[in-house]
Write a protein that binds this ligand. Structure first.
Ligand SMILES: NC(=O)c1ccc[n+]([C@@H]2O[C@H](COP(=O)([O-])OP(=O)(O)OC[C@H]3O[C@@H](n4cnc5c(N)ncnc54)[C@H](OP(=O)(O)O)[C@@H]3O)[C@@H](O)[C@H]2O)c1
Length: 320
């Protein structure tokens, strides 16, 4: 039986992956800082993200390690939160590198979470792994330090991949889709600010499938943009969302309103206003086939509003 260890696997993406790999017959171990945590998927093992301990044995002979640890970025970026956002990503990454260098049979591949927000604000130029330009500011600095910590340690027996993931669309309550869908259903699903900023996104099913693909394709390494191949403007994103939910109109949100709302909701406008124009060049070069390359189908699938024809094709081929 193949074994995957998911550090920080109790959250949105960790549980999505744990469910996916369990359904494929893998043994799934979730490293968590909460003792006695019951999860939908995966067997929990305690770690503190800082020190090596008995949990290190779980890495011995594992087929894959995925590290998703990190404090949510959905908060105000004041000094304490900035420090926690940064430390909660870099420290567990270093701890895992140290652990891997101390096991006899290290994991064959290590995937570390990273973010598509590492690229600059771009309205017109798509950012690929090869030619994308890095941005600047707090979030980009964190992403760079996070990737540096990951790639720094030389681990000759372990292939390394940094997952530069865009916004993942799924149903989990701590993910962004349910929030946007609720806004849209209340008639508040209009464009955010000018609506010209690009939105890179990926359906949760393709996130899971792409992670499995890069684990199995032994030639893929380094940075990988984990995002659908067809990003859209925010204006198109919001109108496609409304359409998928059968909502005829959505009030637009002007920038000053967004600033106030972000302050009230204890979050930052950067999460919605930065133009993320990121494309998955490496995945496409390696012939990964997206199940949801286009937003309309991805959102229709999430809303449950698939056309009859689409549903019958999916049922025929046993697709989710
Ligand atoms: N969701 C997205 O759309 C998206 C997009 C791009 C990048 N990412 C990145 O992918 C990773 C996983 O995302 P997610 O949405 O699954 O996040 P999540 O739901 O917030 O889960 C993150 C996990 O990290 C662990 N964690 C939190 N604070 C920590 C700390 N101080 N030290 C060690 N571990 C800590 C928690 O596990 P325990 O409390 O059980 O230890 C938590 O379950 C994050 O690093 C995120 O930045 C996510």
């Amino acid at each position: 039986m193949k074994k995957i260890v998911i550090a920080g696997g109790t959250g949105f993406l960790g549980q999505a992956l744990a469910t996916h790999f369990e359904s494929k017959g893998w043994k799934v171990i979730v490293l968590t800082r909460s003792e006695n945590q019951t999860l939908e998927a995966g067997q929990t093992v305690f770690w503190d993200g800082k020190e090596t301990g008995p949990w290190v044995e779980e890495l011995e002979g594992a087929s894959a390690l995925v590290n998703l640890s990190g404090k949510s970025v959905n908060c105000r970026y004041h000094a304490r939160n900035r420090r926690e956002i940064r430390d909660s990503r870099i420290q567990p990454t270093r701890t895992l590198a140290n652990a891997i260098s101390n096991v006899a049979k290290p994991p064959a591949v290590w995937l570390n979470a990273a973010s598509a927000t590492i690229y600059r604000h771009s309205l017109e130029t798509p950012m690929t792994e090869a030619t994308g330009e890095l941005g600047h500011g707090f979030s980009v600095d964190v992403c760079q330090a996070w990737e540096n910590a990951f790639f720094q340690e030389h681990l000759p027996q372990t292939r390394k991949i940094a997952l530069r993931t865009s916004m993942v669309l799924g149903h989990a309550k701590n993910s962004v889709y349910p929030i946007l869908a609720r806004l849209a259903r209340c008639g508040m699903g209009g464009k955010l600010s000018h609506g010209t900023q690009m939105v890179s996104w990926i359906h949760q099913t393709d996130f899971n499938r792409a992670v499995e693909y890069v684990i199995e394709d032994h030639d893929i390494e380094g940075t990988v943009n984990l995002t659908a191949p067809a990003p859209v403007t925010n204006s198109v994103f919001m109108s496609t969302l409304r359409e998928s939910l059968g909502v005829p109109f959505g009030l637009p949100h002007y920038k000053p309103m967004l600033e106030v709302a972000a302050w009230l909701l204890r979050t930052e406008t950067e999460l919605t206003l930065k133009s993320r124009y990121v494309v998955p060049e490496k995945l496409l070069q390696h012939r990964f086939l997206f199940r949801y390359p286009f937003l309309d189908e991805a959102l229709r699938a999430l809303s449950g509003n698939r056309s009859d024809a689409e549903s019958s094709i999916r049922n025929h081929y046993s697709l989710p």
